[in-house]
Ligand binder design. Structure first.
Ligand code: BGC
Length: 349
C-alpha cells in the first residue's frame, strides 16, 4: 500500500467511526436543533436554553435557524441527518412541509421531536413537546370576558381579532381556545366585531409579522373606528399585539382597548408597563427546553419517555408533553419574570 492509499484508508475509517458515534472525536452524541427564525425573541431563547441544557447533559449540539423559510429548514434538517445527529428537535416554519426530511430521519432511526409546533401529516414524528396551546387561547378569551364583565355588564362592546400564521399548527389552537370562550357573547350581540372579520383565515397573520398585523389593524381602524371605541383587541401573541399597539398609536383616537398577547417578549412587557398591552401569557422557554432535553435523553437511553397527552397530526396520535402556560400582567410580572430570573429589571427599563 502506498502512502496515498494508507491515508485514504485512514480517512475512510475516520468517516465511518464519525458516522457511527455521531460526533467527530468527542464521542458525544450529537443533537440537531432546528428553530424557525431569529427574528422573534422567543426562538433565540429556546435555541440558547436547549443548547446549554443539551451540552450540560453531555451532548454536542448543532443549532440552526431557518430564516422563516421552509425549504431552508428542510435542507438544514437533511444536513443534520447526514452529519450524524442522533435526534432532531424541530420547531417548524411550516407544519406540513418537512415530511421528506422526517422520513429520511426515520429511515436512519433518528427520532424527530416536534418542538412547540406540531409537525403535521407525517406518521414518523416521534414525540411532541409543547405548551397547552388551546389553554393559551382560553386564558386570553377568559381575560377579555372577565375584564369586560361580559356576564353582567350591559354592553355591547366592540372587539377585533388578530391571529397567527396559518402555516403554524398552533395558531388555530390559540384562536379556537379564545373563540370558544368569546363566541357565545358575539352570538348574543354582547360583543360586536365591527369589521365583521371573525373567521381564522380573515384574521390570520402570515409569519406572525408585526408589520402585517399593524397594517391590517390600521385598515380596520381607518374603516370602522373613526367615531367608535374599540373595547378589546384579541391578539394571539406578542409580535402581533405589538403591531396592533403601533396601529392604535398612529391611527386611533378613542379609549385604549384591552389587548391580549402571549410570550412575555421584552417589548410587550414594556408595553404592559406603559399601559398599552394589557396581558400576556408566559410560556417559560426554560421549562420547555428542559422537558425536551429530558425527552431526547429518555429516547436515546432507551428509557420510557414521559408524556402527558397526545396530539393528532392527521397521520398519528403523537405522544406529547404539554407544559402549563401562565397568565401574566402588570400585577404579577415581577414574580414570574424577575424573581424567577427570566429577565432582569434592567431588561425592562
Ligand atoms: C409559538 C408562540 C409564538 C409564535 C410566533 C407560535 O408557534 O407557540 O409562542 O409567539 O409561534 O413565533
Amino acid at each position: 500500500m502506498n502512502a496515498k492509499k494508507i491515508l485514504g484508508t485512514i480517512l475512510c475509517a475516520v468517516i465511518a467511526i464519525t458516522a457511527l458515534t455521531g460526533c467527530a472525536g468527542s464521542g458525544k452524541k450529537k443533537v440537531g436543533i432546528s428553530m424557525p427564525t431569529k427574528d422573534l425573541q422567543r426562538w433565540n431563547q429556546d435555541g440558547d436554553y436547549m443548547k446549554q441544557k443539551f451540552e450540560a447533559a453531555g451532548y454536542e449540539v448543532d443549532l440552526q435557524y431557518a430564516g422563516n423559510k421552509a425549504d431552508t429548514q428542510l435542507s438544514q434538517m437533511e444536513n443534520m441527518i447526514n452529519s450524524g445527529c442522533k435526534v432532531l428537535v424541530v420547531a417548524a416554519v411550516e407544519s406540513t412541509s418537512l415530511g421528506t426530511a422526517i422520513d429520511k430521519a426515520a429511515a436512519k432511526n433518528i427520532p424527530v421531536i416536534a418542538y412547540d409546533r406540531l409537525l403535521m401529516d407525517n406518521a414518523n414524528v416521534a414525540y411532541y413537546a409543547t405548551f397547552d396551546n388551546y389553554k393559551v387561547g382560553q386564558i386570553q378569551g377568559e381575560f377579555v370576558r372577565d375584564t369586560l364583565d361580559l356576564d353582567n355588564a350591559a354592553g355591547p362592546f366592540n372587539i377585533e381579532f388578530t391571529a397567527g400564521d396559518p402555516g403554524d399548527n398552533n395558531a388555530s389552537f390559540f384562536f379556537n381556545g379564545a373563540m370558544d370562550v368569546l363566541k357565545p357573547y358575539i352570538d348574543a350581540g354582547k360583543l360586536v366585531v365591527v369589521s365583521g372579520q371573525t373567521d381564522f383565515s380573515s384574521v390570520a397573520t402570515p409569519e406572525w409579522s408585526t408589520a402585517t398585523a399593524q397594517s391590517r389593524a390600521e385598515n380596520i381602524i381607518g374603516s370602522n373606528y373613526a367615531d367608535k371605541n374599540i373595547d378589546a383587541w384579541l391578539c394571539s401573541n406578542d409580535s402581533t399585539a405589538q403591531g396592533v399597539v403601533n396601529a392604535l398609536d398612529s391611527r386611533y383616537n378613542g379609549e385604549w382597548p384591552i389587548i391580549t398577547g402571549q410570550d412575555c417578549d421584552i417589548v410587550s412587557v414594556k408595553n404592559m408597563l406603559a399601559g398599552k398591552q394589557t396581558m400576556s401569557v408566559f410560556k417559560d422557554t426554560r421549562t420547555l427546553a428542559e422537558r425536551t432535553v429530558t425527552m431526547a435523553s429518555q429516547i436515546l437511553d432507551g428509557k420510557t419517555v414521559e408524556t402527558n397527552n397526545t396530539y393528532n397530526n392527521n397521520a398519528k396520535e403523537v405522544p406529547s408533553y404539554l407544559c402549563d402556560p401562565v397568565f401574566a400582567d402588570i400585577n404579577n410580572y415581577k414574580q414570574i419574570l424577575i424573581d424567577s430570573g427570566y429577565y432582569k429589571e434592567a431588561d425592562l427599563a
